[in-house]
Design a protein. Structure first.
Length: 264
């Protein structure tokens, strides 16, 4: 066999093999790229989506749901802590298998009224201040009235006693003079007659009595307001004690998880 023919044939075979390898590479590379894209596309889509009513979307792995909460892990942190959301804040859940769960239950408006309404202590504090002010006003006015009435009556009583002494002295002097000159007792009509206390002290005696009675009434009203103020203070103390031991739920932050706050 001719060597030149053999060499040419060998070269032809090598050229054919290299052409086939290039053709295989040209076909395999796009196929691998397609398979790679399909694989990572399926991996990227293998996640749940929690869509909230405020439009926020959370990529997650839903672990479970109940009538109130949705428990999940964040997709970018699968080994991290569990998170919770209120079902009432969620619009829908799109699962990785294509299933969609829509939140259809209406929000329970009876839960908020069921919470114990904090006692308005300001109303009791205003009552206490009002009753204290009234009590002080009435007691002061009543005491002043009683003192004024008592002073008036005492002054009139003293004046009446002086008046009686003066009348008696005048009558005694006239009787002595009359008996010396006429050897008999003077006629009763000649002696000076004493006025009664009410006639002598009028009208001051009535003003003093009215001041005494009015002062006592004002003091009674003041004491009643003092009792009301004490009752309001006792009620306020009990309400403040009740509030200091009353737990409450703070739902002000519900977008990224569940927050429970207890206050004692």
């Amino acid at each position: 066999m001719d060597k030149s023919f053999s060499t040419s044939q060998s070269k032809s075979k090598k050229t054919g093999r290299s052409g086939n390898a290039f053709l295989l590479k040209a076909i395999a590379m796009p196929a691998l790229m397609v398979l790679f894209c399909i694989f990572f596309s399926s991996v990227a889509q293998a996640q749940d989506k929690i869509i909230q009513k405020n439009g926020k979307e959370i990529k997650a792995k839903v672990l479970g749901t109940d009538s109130q909460y949705i428990r999940y892990k964040r997709f970018d942190n699968p080994t991290g802590p569990d998170y919770f959301l209120f079902r009432s804040d969620v619009l829908k859940i799109e699962y990785e298998n294509g299933k969609t769960e829509t939140q259809t239950e209406p929000e329970k408006v009876t839960q908020e009224p069921a919470r114990k309404t904090p006692v308005n202590t300001e109303t009791l504090e205003r009552k206490i201040a009002k009753y204290q002010k009234r009590s002080m006003t009435f007691l002061t006015a009543g005491s002043v009235a009683i003192v004024a009435g008592a002073i008036t009556i005492l002054k009139l009583t003293g004046d009446y006693n002086k008046y009686k002494t003066a009348v008696q002295g005048t009558n005694d002097s006239y009787t002595t003079w009359y008996q010396t000159n006429y050897k008999t007792a003077p006629p009763a009509a000649d002696l000076q007659k004493q006025e009664s206390f009410s006639a002598f002290a009028s009208p001051g005696i009535y003003g003093g009595a009215a001041a005494l009675i009015g002062g006592l009434a004002l003091d009674l009203i003041g004491l009643r307001n003092m009792q009301l103020a004490q009752k309001a203070r006792t009620e306020l103390a009990s309400k403040q004690k009740e509030l200091s031991w009353q737990p409450f739920y703070d739902a002000s932050y519900q977008t990224t998880g569940l927050k429970i706050a207890l206050s004692f």
